[in-house]
Design a protein around this ligand. Sequence first.
Ligand code: C2E
Ligand code: MG
Ligand code: MG
Length: 409
Amino acid sequence: MHLQGVNVLVVDDNIFQRNILVEMLRSFGCKNITEANNGFEALKITRDPILNNIDLIFSDLRMPGMDGMEFLRLLSSEAHNIQIVVLSMMDKKMLSAVNKLTSLYPIQLIGTFQKPITLQMLNEILVKREKVLADTPTLRGIQNFNFTLVEILEGIRQKQFKPFFQPKVDLKSGRIVGAEALARWIHPQHGVVTPYAFIPVLEQAEQIDTLTFLILEESAVACRVLHDQNHLVDISVNLSMVSLGHSHIADKITSIVTSAGADTKYITLEITESATMTDVPIVLENLARLYMNGFTLSIDDYGTGFSNLQQLTRIAFGELKIDQSFVFGLSYNEATKIMVASNIDMAKKLNIKCVAEGLETLEDWEMLNKMDCDIGQGYLIAKPMAIQYFYDFMDQYRNRRFNPKTAVL
Ligand code: C2E
Ligand code: MG
Ligand code: MG
């Protein structure tokens, strides 16, 4: 890993910690390092027409003047192609705040890490950065897409949207236990387009159901085909909160799955909480009906946004997905470790399955296993893939367990 030619900005009011990081960065071959005491100074640097070529920022959160959160907010509206690493002492509240913030802004967050930084941590961060960069051509393309509702709906009508499948693995045995269906638009001109370019548009226009039904149907068919081939896996489908506000949605979902010849007990519905919807009676009614009809309900992106303990006990959730922002670098972060461990512990006591998403390293796999987390999903195992590749993947693992130690990334 080397940083030659990379322009780095280190933002921290603590000169001692700043110096340590600067020295470490130099040991990775970094020559162009700029330093700032707080958000104000940092913004001046990123806005400077001559200095304005920063590639990577390490930022503290708590700083006098302008703190890290305000800095990230302002930066995100001006520069999207800078990668950001947050370094902080991070208690749980701070973590959630930063995760919420970064999920709202189009910035490339590499991770949130607890100080003091070590050489090994820095190395991990830089490996992750390479991966983010490798994905960037598509990312950048997608961010520039500005599809209209009409274009998206026409694409759905023409069935250009397909679920891609990402395997879920039992962390103890390495057995493939299921997959999550993730929507992709196979666009005739632009190739594979990921959800951020179309889900928000559809949700805002209250048109998300059309996509949900299409993805659900194809996922249910895949589930049946896999079962016919003797792969007894579960398939997870994402369900928008917006849809849960519509009456009769539960019956419609059930009839799509059964018409496709699949059994609802093998279909998991992943739901991300949102602030406004949690107390609407129709949402609770739909959730209860889906549960009654045999579906497993999963709480997605747990730890960010509005998902909380109360939701878990009030609604019949059978699965909890720990958000990927808490999973990456878990083994290096004491505060995150404590939080994730207590979430797993609580889920166990409530008889709820735990899934860790965004599993990218062997260290994180081992740590999660030690914490008794049930299932892992992430690039360490496989990226989401088109259905024909997923069938091949399953065949490959018919008599074999996934071994994280020999995983090729
Ligand atoms: P999600 O449900 O939390 O899905 C996990 C996301 O993490 C996926 O992004 C997946 O590709 C990505 N991911 C998986 N493993 C790793 C990893 O190791 N590292 C990293 N960095 N990322 C990983 P994707 O496919 O872009 O989907 C984004 C979101 O879009 C999903 O988040 C879900 O909320 C939403 N979405 C996807 N398909 C549908 C759909 O059919 N309907 C609805 N309503 N929402 C969908
Ligand atoms: Mg999901
Ligand atoms: Mg998620």
